[in-house]
Design a protein around this ligand. Sequence first.
Ligand SMILES: [Ca+2]
Length: 137
Amino acid sequence: MRKSVIVLASLALAGAGLPLIAQTASAQEPEAGAKAAAVVPYCPDAYLCVWKDANYEGTRYDFKYSNRNWGQTRNRAIENEDSSWWNAGLSGSYSSVIVYKDAGYNGYSFCLDRGHGKASDRGMNDNGNGNEWVNSC
Ligand SMILES: [Ca+2]
């Protein structure tokens, strides 16, 4: 008898939990679009993070300083393979970062303020070669 009471109590708890989960999910649905645009990937403080794939996926490479040519860094594997970027730079001076298509800070580029990124970029995709920290975009 006691056993069946415990089972019933467990079922009641499980039943009570389900509507809560469903409610939470439906409450987030209207924000799905905004949520997708506000994704903040993990990127260590003080770094420009660069991923091999779009949407901050695949192997991540971190750049702390300015680099005229990614091909001459230990992160050379991401040269011309980059597909998404996030600026987790420190506040204050040199908090924004420009990503360049060509070595020597040349060619097509875009600038990311601190706390901003690009989940994809048609012009830069698999083309990046350098990054330069600047005071502002
Ligand atoms: Ca890529």
